[in-house]
Design a protein around this ligand. Sequence first.
Ligand SMILES: Cc1cc2nc3c(=O)[nH]c(=O)nc-3n(C[C@H](O)[C@H](O)[C@H](O)COP(=O)(O)OP(=O)(O)OC[C@H]3O[C@@H](n4cnc5c(N)ncnc54)[C@H](O)[C@@H]3O)c2cc1C
Length: 423
Amino acid sequence: LARGYASVSSATAHDLLIVGGGTAGINVANQVKATFEAHGYEAPRMSLIDKAELHHYQPGWTLVGAGLKDLSEVNRPLQEVVPEHVSLVKQFVEKLDPTENSLITGDGQRHTYNTLVLCPGMRLDYDAVEGLRDAMGQNGVASIYDYNQVGKVWSNIRDFEKGRALFTFPGSAPFIKCAGAPIKIMLAAEDYWRREGRRSGIQVDYTTALPRMFGVQKYSDVLKRLTEERNVTPHFESVLTKVDGLNKVATFKTKEGEVRKEYDFLHATVSMAAHAFVKSSDVANPKGEVAVDERTLRSTKYDNVWSLGDASSLPTSKTAAGIMSQTPVLAHNLFQASQGKQLDAAYDGYTSCPLLTGRGELLLAEFKYGGALAETFSPYGFSQDKPTRWAYHLKKDILPAVYFGPFMRGQWFGRNAFSRPQF
Ligand SMILES: Cc1cc2nc3c(=O)[nH]c(=O)nc-3n(C[C@H](O)[C@H](O)[C@H](O)COP(=O)(O)OP(=O)(O)OC[C@H]3O[C@@H](n4cnc5c(N)ncnc54)[C@H](O)[C@@H]3O)c2cc1C
């Protein structure tokens, strides 16, 4: 009894608890406050759990890998971006028990909550590919998906003179963030080598677990044309299973069986997976994603649990752009739930993938659930049928500035820009 009492009394109680201070967590913290206040209510007391030192603008990692930005431009200390109204718990969650409205952090502390927002993203799963962890960072192997390797991608591209360059797309779906990034870095590298006059000595191979270049047919067709013009050899339904870093040999599982390829340069998109504390808890679907209603963003199992971003089961491409459309919906529905009212905001699956195709050119893909096109600019005469310079500057210059400016303050609503969506 005494032990039980001690553990209960030592639990830290939270009103609204957010797990993860990434793109989703910081945005939710700001927008929930703004939504309650817009309705004339005081926002719930908020806490955010995350032990990371840095907050990352991951869309910038492709730009760094392509030599277009410095790594220091795409992150900030987490402490600096957590809003003042939020108390930061510098720990990682290790165990979640939604039946008890509680979780346990790495220091053994138990935390209880009235409402929980889960947005811890996903983890890199190096173990999915034999030998990749050891090979990473050496002998021409790097990845823009691993923060510690992003700078290495650029030095590998810059220093590569001749031989076979391999780029891979993993078989870890639905765990893949920004499914366009593996192709973006390939096209950016190819463009660089061509401009430097080295292209004739470099063979470029793109191997992907997918049956085509990109999930949405329209953009897939554009990319197919582009890769043909640029003499890139695609290999579909081909999954990297092993890397022998010393001998520079990559092994793939294909429909025809195991295929081994020698390489001189390897950009490996590391497989991704759910965090163990999510996967092992009752909030998860069998794949390990937080199971939410795809329109309301509320847990399908617990009314006081919500999720968005990469960790959620939302059946759309996992991007920061998607989160910018998810957050206003979640904030509104969470407010409605607090008033016992109907959840009347619905997320339509909007997401965007700015497909960098080289220096000064980018194809802006925008779509929603089911791959239906949701283009913001084409109705105004700005082409989204081919790579353009205006879209390149949007991605390279405007969006990073917006992210660390109005977005961080909760004043940016994605494709709605500065205007808060009304439901
Ligand atoms: C190379 C690359 C290129 C991309 N390009 C684009 C792009 O061009 N456009 C675009 O819109 N999107 C892009 N994305 C995707 C986008 O960055 C992600 O979808 C977005 O960052 C997901 O946000 P999130 O908050 O869900 O997760 P994250 O931003 O990953 O944040 C998760 C947070 O949770 C914390 N956390 C993890 N485990 C725990 C735990 N156990 N307890 C507590 N906290 C925990 C982490 O420390 C982290 O701070 C790209 C991503 C990559 C990697």
